[in-house]
Design a binder for this molecule. Structure first.
Ligand SMILES: Cc1cc2nc3c(=O)[nH]c(=O)nc-3n(C[C@H](O)[C@H](O)[C@H](O)COP(=O)(O)OP(=O)(O)OC[C@H]3O[C@@H](n4cnc5c(N)ncnc54)[C@H](O)[C@@H]3O)c2cc1C
Length: 409
């Protein structure tokens, strides 16, 4: 054992939930250690949408101007194509916040930004290349984690361990917390395509007979998602790369030549879609947040933003008891109570969309027509503000508590 460290709070996972929580707790004066198993935050496309609710958190924290200096694209309106009919789905420009758009920003830029903002607090420690492997328990209470690091094994003892280690959370399985699986009929294949100067910079979804194609404008490339029936990747691969490129040519607006940019299956990343949530998010000494508590469907691209909202609620509720060394299971239950409602509502919307739109579209043989709700939104554009509100601000939006905003330590 190379060492035992002590902290008031040990956050496992340096994703959006873990780093935002680490920053907020450090700002509130809590001694916090964040563990991240990778050596850096570089990862290929992992949810690069920073929604208006997260941008508003940055406004509340006084970080927004520096944050927006990072390269990003603004999506003020979300459109789509249903069959051959163009539709407008969401208009963010009327939201009651300062930044009324989705900022498309590589997740590593967001994470590096939060890590460097937190690093100015002496009570914040970030251990990169350090992977939590197990919980340390004393008398039925979680008292810390065991970890492996380049220097050897480590123990980090803490009054509270927060599992923010994502949807494959090791800690939630070590803690034996029960998971409710809500199911998903699809997976998504992600890949990049080159941009052509003549392309309109539109982020949109295209719903056609038997296919769904999403294209996100990223300035110097298109980030694309092709939705497939769950578990069908191997069948697709058996058909060969050319057949795949042909299918994308039909589903997308791109000419077949451009699809040669997909040079091998290595360029295509599978997102196995999962929608699940823990029945109970905590045990004495341990709390799960973000994807570790609830894996979200990619519909609406809300996973990052829900993770950030969880972090804000956790810091608001737990920073003071953590400082005082008095965190109880009741405090942890309070966090779950606060965040379970938005999780349930968001997942219910996602599951309804999966079952009523995504699944049926993948089985269609004829071009779909826009459903009634979308047609009405085209006639009365102000109705596009409703999906914008649900997507952009979410359900039960969190605000940073005054004692954290005002903290000057
Ligand atoms: C391909 C893809 C596309 C997506 N698209 C979107 C999108 O457009 N918009 C959106 O909002 N969401 C999207 N998501 C979901 C989004 O990425 C997640 O919901 C979000 O990142 C969850 O944040 P988190 O902090 O809870 O977990 P994660 O982002 O998963 O972070 C967990 C962190 O913990 C680290 N970790 C894991 N285990 C350990 C361990 N044992 N010890 C130490 N560290 C550990 C991981 O390395 C990781 O850095 C997408 C996800 C994928 C995979």
């Amino acid at each position: 054992m190379t060492g035992t460290e002590k902290s008031q709070c040990c956050v496992v996972g340096g994703g959006p939930a873990g780093l935002m929580l680490g920053y907020l707790l450090a700002r509130a004066g809590v001694r916090v250690t964040v563990l991240e198993k990778h050596a850096d935050f570089l990862r290929d496309f992992r949810g690069d949408t920073v929604h208006p609710s997260t941008l508003e958190i940055m406004v509340e924290l006084g970080l927004i101007d520096r944050f927006l200096e990072l390269p990003h694209q603004k999506v003020s309106k979300l459109g789509g194509m249903v069959g051959t009919t163009p539709v407008m789905i969401a208009d963010f420009t009327h939201l009651p916040v300062r930044e009324r758009y989705i900022a498309m920003m590589p997740q590593w830029d967001f994470l590096n930004f939060m890590a460097s903002a937190a690093a100015k607090y002496p009570n914040f420690t970030l251990l990169m290349n350090t992977e939590a492997t197990d919980l340390i328990e004393r008398g039925g209470v979680v008292a810390g984690v065991k970890a492996k690091s380049p220097e050897g094994p480590k123990e980090i003892l803490a009054d509270l361990v927060v599992a923010a280690d994502g949807r494959g959370s090791v800690l939630r399985s070590r803690a034996d917390l029960s998971v409710e699986d809500l199911g998903a009929p699809m997976d998504a294949l992600w890949f990049r395509l080159p941009i052509d100067r003549a392309d309109a910079p539109e982020t949109m979804g295209r719903f056609s007979a038997g296919s769904i194609f999403v294209m996100l404008y990223r300035g110097d490339y298109w980030q694309c998602a092709y939705v497939i029936p769950k578990g069908s990747l191997e069948t697709l691969k058996a058909g060969g790369l050319d057949a795949f490129r042909d299918a994308i040519a039909i589903a997308s607006p791109f000419k077949r030549e451009r699809l040669d940019a997909i040079s091998s299956w290595d360029d295509v990343k599978l997102l196995t879609v999962r929608v699940d949530r823990l029945l109970q998010w905590y045990r004495p000494g341990l709390l799960c947040i973000g994807d570790a508590a609830h894996a979200m469907s990619p519909i609406g691209g809300v996973g990052v933003n829900l993770a950030v909202q969880d972090a804000v609620a956790t810091a608001n509720i737990l920073a003071q008891p953590l400082k005082a060394g008095t965190v109880t299971p009741d405090d942890l239950r309070e966090v779950q109570k606060r965040r379970m409602f938005p999780t349930r509502v968001t997942q219910a919307i996602q599951v309804a969309a999966q079952n009523n739109i995504i699944g049926p579209t993948l089985k269609l043989r004829e071009q779909p027509k826009p459903p009634f709700a979308l047609r009405i939104m085209q006639t009365f554009p102000f109705l596009q503000r409703i999906p914008a509100r649900v997507l952009g601000l979410g359900v039960r939006r969190e605000h940073v508590a005054d004692f954290i905003r005002d903290a000057r330590n």
